[in-house]
Design a binder for this molecule. Structure first.
Ligand SMILES: Cc1ncc(COP(=O)(O)O)c(C=O)c1O
Length: 380
């Protein structure tokens, strides 16, 4: 028996594609149930995954409860009704829309559809971790562009001028998150517009607007109006954040119809459940809830940021529903917060071992975070 065969027998993971062998899975925020099991705590606050702490509105909940009755049927694989609703909401052709199992799936479908081992994608240092992951999974190269320096007005944010110089001849995808996770930083409208206009015609610019509902209240505008002029622009949105439907798993991309048609070739036929589709349609029609919950979260974000800055901590400017805060020895601070029943997000995996990312919760949850964190910062 030859050795490779033997090794595959006892280590079947080695049969995976060479590109996958060197990848580590995305590490999500610690679930509440895990902290309950590990520490025996019951009163736990999770500020680790940038969800909307107000959840969905009543209309979405009612629609999802009704849709559960039909869960024995396959969902509408083409998400016809939802696409019509999205098309009306954004004033675009429904053929421009692709619906995904969270926007995460759309990022995956974009990589699967447009990258090969002979290609590259451009992303920013400290950019959302999924971009290099989906890129490398295809065997493509990830060109990571150094972010803006710590002392910049937009510390650790995308450096669009450097990103504009980065594409190689084989670059097919360029990822821009506006605002970015985990930094919360954003790029200025005219710079972004110039960046998209100057991007190579043979690369798609993937503009990830996962936090657009919060960004809109923070003076950051969407790139959606530029779609008509730029056939290589893809805007990715999600129902997980502002719409409060993270657990339902639903997001969408708006692009040139040919890009949408291409994504649909690899999209699993029934990728979005009927419950998620019903929730999204109702949530989209309930903009009052989206706006009111986002307003409250943004006001809380500013209150929490001010309270942390008052301790002398560096808080990165954020247009999302979370804050990136320099806390010093982040691993120890994270652990102490866990012991106090508050889950936040360590970002050492992003190369930020002195920072923690804190999602904005309900006012009482934020108070609890501040009560635990402020004394730790004052000691630091
Ligand atoms: C910038 C960004 N894009 C995409 C996603 C994926 O979200 P979802 O798959 O829930 O739509 C996230 C989630 O945290 C994010 O922060």
């Amino acid at each position: 028996m030859d050795p490779p065969h033997d090794s595959a027998r006892s280590h079947p993971g080695r049969l995976a594609s060479p590109a996958l062998q060197s990848l580590s899975p995305y590490v999500p925020g610690k679930p509440i149930s895990e902290l309950q099991r590990e520490y025996g705590l019951t009163d736990i606050v999770k500020l680790a995954s940038n969800e909307n702490p107000y959840g969905p509105g009543e209309a979405a909940l009612t629609a999802m409860r009704a849709a559960v009755e039909d869960c024995w049927l396959y969902p509408d694989g083409s998400a016809h009704e939802l696409k019509q609703a999205l098309a009306r909401h954004h004033a675009v052709d429904p053929r421009c829309i692709t619906v995904g199992n969270g926007s995460n799936e759309l990022l995956l479908l974009l990589a699967e559809s447009f990258l090969t081992a002979q290609c590259s994608a451009v992303c920013s240092q400290y950019g959302f971790a999924i971009y290099p992951l989906v890129t490398r999974a295809t065997g493509a190269r990830c060109i990571e562009v150094p972010a803006r320096p710590a002392g910049d007005p937009m510390p650790f944010g995308h450096d669009l001028e450097a990103m504009a110089r980065a594409p190689a001849g084989d670059t097919r995808l360029i990822f821009v998150a506006n605002p970015n996770n985990p930094t919360g930083t954003w790029v200025e409208r005219e710079r972004l517009r110039a960046f998209i206009a100057a991007a190579p015609a043979d690369a798609l610019v993937v503009l990830d607007e996962a936090y657009v509902e919060y960004a809109a209240l923070s003076g950051v505008e969407s790139g959606l109006p530029w779609l008509a002029d730029h056939p290589n622009l893809v805007v990715v949105r999600t129902f997980s954040k502002g719409y409060g439907l993270a657990g339902a798993r639903i997001g969408y991309a708006i692009s040139h119809p040919e890009v949408a048609e291409t994504l649909n070739r690899v999209r699993p036929a029934f990728n979005v459940s009927n419950v998620a589709q019903a929730g999204a349609i109702a949530a989209l029609a309930d903009q009052a809830h989206v706006l009111e919950s986002a307003r409250r979260v943004v006001a809380e974000r500013e209150r929490v940021a001010a309270a942390l800055r008052a301790t002398g901590a560096a808080v990165i400017p954020s247009a999302g529903n979370f804050l990136l805060v320099e806390v010093g020895a982040a691993a120890q601070v994270y652990e102490q917060l866990l012991r106090g029943g508050v889950i936040v997000r360590p970002v050492a995996g992003y190369g930020l071992p002195r920072h923690l990312r804190i999602s904005i919760g309900l006012p009482a949850q934020n108070d609890r975070l501040l009560q635990l964190l402020k004394p730790l910062l004052q000691q630091a």
